[in-house]
Design a binder for this molecule. Structure first.
Ligand code: G3I
Length: 335
């Protein structure tokens, strides 16, 4: 097919706009990572690093990557002694090449662990967990800024989740995991991470009481990760800042580790405006507390997001749309 000159010009102009939208910051103030002294990060799936435009906006705006699934136990050791480091290596290498830091996610979690754990005795599960921490943290020693050592260990009422680790190893598994982690990579900051712990509530209070006791016992825990998966159908957690302050008073850092704000689909201007106010409140709460050191989102573009698959009828939860254009939420925090 032969193109006429106006068509050629139109295609060239469209390509120029696309190229420009990737190369030029979405805000005159500069990229997100440049307007704050907090670490600004995004979760990333290794497969998406094949997309040039995705990589371009990622490296422009963010200074840290969290692997979305690639460092989970089932990913790195699907069968006992059989390791698969492909995805995790790809992410760490990409970060190093682009002078980004990495948040390791996650070592001890009730989900996405290999099936063989279910058949182990308590003693064997304990040594397998220590070996897993040593092996994974050892492989990336010195290359991971912070690790989510224990993930999602609480129920909503603040009691301990009856995970395989809790049931077979008892309460001591948390302190053990942190001690093994400190020994495996003394340079990494060690975090406990959970969701629905943004405001002061039964769950965040369960977490608070436990980390306070662990600190008093000298367990090497450096911070708490507050995932911050929010939805506009629920009120914004108004005690977010006060909650962070009580953890900071224990001498802990706080990281926003997985922020996203889902809206009912289809999204419209009013919903995205509400979403923007939620993102801005997260951003402001973190900046109001000196120990809040990190603002990381669970993916940065609606092109790749876990939300629609998990919450049917909800989505559009990220700072950038499917075409990698900044949404009102981005513009609210970086006008
Ligand atoms: O890799 C397999 C693929 O081989 C298979 O074809 C496909 C079919 O469903 O599944 C793929 O695995 C999926 C995996 O993501 C990788 O894409 C799993 O089914 C899917 O359940 C898994 O979902 C992840 C989820 O954790 C698992 O609980 C999401 O991507 C990931 O975003 C999500 O992340 C969690 C954090 O780790 C902890 N906090 C909550 C957060 C959101 O749920």
């Amino acid at each position: 097919m032969k193109l006429r000159l106006p068509q050629v010009l139109a295609i060239t102009a469209a390509a120029a706009v696309m190229a420009t939208s990737q190369a030029v910051p979405a805000s005159a103030a500069g990229p997100l990572k440049s307007i704050t002294n907090r670490v600004v990060g995004s979760a990333v799936a290794a497969q998406n690093l094949n997309e040039a435009d995705f990589k371009s906006v990622l490296t422009r705006e963010f200074g840290n990557i969290t692997p979305e699934n690639e460092m989970k136990w089932a990913s790195v050791e699907p069968n006992r002694g059989q390791y698969n480091w492909g995805g995790a290596d790809a992410i760490v290498n990409f970060a190093q090449q682009n002078r980004m830091t990495v948040r390791g996610h996650t070592l001890v979690w009730h989900s996405q662990y290999p099936n063989y754990l279910n058949n182990l005795s308590a003693a064997d599960l304990r040594s397998a967990t220590q070996q897993h921490i040593n092996t994974e943290m050892g492989r990336y020693k010195g290359k991971i800024r912070a690790w989510d050592v224990v993930n999602e260990m609480f129920n909503e009422d603040g009691s301990r989740r009856q995970s395989i680790f809790q049931q077979k190893l008892g309460d001591g598994y948390v302190a053990d995991a942190f001690r093994w982690a400190r020994a495996a990579d003394p340079s990494a900051k060690l975090y406990i991470n959970d969701y629905n712990t943004e405001g002061i509530n039964a769950k965040s209070t369960g977490l608070y009481n436990m980390v306070k006791a662990l600190k008093q016992q000298g367990v090497p825990i450096d911070g708490i990760g507050i995932q911050t998966h929010l939805a506009t159908k629920y009120a914004f957690p108004s005690s977010f800042r006060q909650n962070m302050e009580r953890f900071a008073a224990l001498g802990l850092d706080i990281a926003i580790t997985e922020a996203d704000v889902r809206v009912p689909l289809p999204a419209d201007a009013a919903k995205l405006n509400t979403q923007a106010s939620y993102y801005k409140q997260i951003w402001d709460a973190c900046h109001a507390v000196s120990r809040c050191v990190e603002f990381t989102t669970w993916g940065y573009t609606d092109r790749h997001s876990w939300i629609p698959g998990t919450f049917p009828g909800e989505g559009a939860a990220c700072l950038f749309d499917t075409n990698l254009r900044p949404k009102p939420a981005y513009q609210r925090i970086n006008p």
